[in-house]
Design a protein around this ligand. Structure first.
Ligand SMILES: [Zn+2]
Length: 363
């Protein structure tokens, strides 16, 4: 009986999982085309529980369903989706690719090898760390302070959100403007004006740039995603860090978004560190001298912002650091994803920050 070795099959399957799934498990094809992206689970359904691993999409394959669990490689995925025994998955993939077994056989009796192309373009291949660092260095070198005459698109954008704190001296050390940053559009690439900001690690060392792509008129750029981090060099991490818009003192103010941070600064005169998203906020690690952290949370209709803030608060208290959460005292409009402190500034002006917890916290 045809019995190829697992390692031989996996070797031959490199960069071929898409073609293999097309032949053996079409329900995995969409997810394999976009590794890392959430899809309905091919076995139990749902909306977004399943994804193919981004890092190994071009090598050993594999994926995870939040309900069904980890499938460490493409063979495990096939075994699970097709309800095969493991040796059946080995035989099917081995036959498809013409992998010889230790006895010299190359297929299940009666079945023949088929053409399974290697993907020329590797899925989501991350550029080298050297390339990333050099690219980000060039972007930063080509940027100017938000006060520079050419930074008008950034000022228009921020002003449209009620933000006036863009001219605070020192901000240019971490938040700047770039006149023409390249971004992926439907067909190829195009240049957009952008706000760029340095995301640092827990030690305060610069790791990666965050970008908010704009139009010349100061609107959000018409892109699939107008806010994007560069890929993080694989030898570094920003978990625990954030955008240090000011020198750390004994009290640090943090929030999720850059606009939220500058909105709070506009209303309260306090520099706030944007930690970019709920995950980074939840995992924030303050510098050693910090004794207290004020968490300016987003009020999300799904609760993620509040949950991240609560988790951070508990972690900080456990570390002996005081923490308190400031939630926008404002109802979430019907249909909206939530409200943040920028919405408070826009809806109620700086007065919206007075008379509630936020104000009392300042006393
Ligand atoms: Zn599942």
């Amino acid at each position: 009986m045809y019995a190829p070795n697992k390692s031989d099959v996996l070797e031959e399957a490199k960069h071929r999982w898409l073609g293999i799934y097309e032949k053996l498990a079409p329900e995995l094809v969409e997810a394999q085309r976009k590794p890392g992206k959430a899809f309905p689970c091919p076995v139990h359904g749902g909306l977004d529980g399943f994804r193919v691993f981004r890092k190994t999409a071009g090598t050993t394959g594999g994926g995870v369903c939040q309900t069904c669990g980890f499938k460490p490689d493409g063979l495990a995925l096939l075994t699970w989706v097709r309800n095969w025994r493991f040796h059946e998955a080995l035989q099917e993939v081995g036959t498809l690719l013409g992998v010889k077994d230790p006895e010299g056989r190359d297929s299940i009796a009666g079945k023949t090898r088929q053409v399974v192309p290697r993907q020329v373009k590797q899925e989501n291949k991350q550029p080298s760390n050297e390339w990333l660092r050099e690219t980000m260095r060039k972007v930063w070198k080509g940027s100017v302070p938000l006060t520079h005459p050419s930074a008008e698109p950034a000022r228009l954008y921020l002003r449209s959100r009620g933000i006036l704190a863009w001219d605070r001296p020192g901000l240019e050390a971490t938040v700047r403007f770039h006149p023409a940053l390249s971004a992926k559009v439907e067909k190829g690439r195009a240049d957009f004006p952008a706000i760029v900001a340095i995301i640092s690690d827990t030690e305060g060392a610069a790791v990666v740039l965050h970008r908010i792509f704009l139009t010349a008129k100061g609107e959000k750029a018409p892109l699939e995603s107008s806010k994007m981090m560069f890929p993080i060099p694989s030898d570094r991490s920003v978990v625990g860090g954030g955008i240090r818009t000011s020198q750390p003192g004994e009290v640090v103010d943090v929030c999720e978004g850059l606009e939220t941070a500058l909105a709070i600064e506009t209303a309260m005169g306090l520099p706030v560190w944007p930690l970019v998203n709920a995950y980074y906020l939840e995992n924030f690690c303050p510098p050693p001298a910090v004794k207290a952290v004020r968490i300016w949370a987003d009020l999300d209709s799904k609760g993620r912002g509040q949950e991240a803030a609560k988790n951070l608060k508990q972690r900080l208290w456990a570390m002996g650091i005081k923490a308190r959460i400031m939630l926008p005292n404002m109802p979430i409009p019907t249909g909206a994803k939530g409200v943040d402190w920028n919405d408070v500034l826009l809806g109620r002006g700086p007065m919206g920050f007075l008379g509630d917890d936020a104000y009392r916290a300042m006393r």
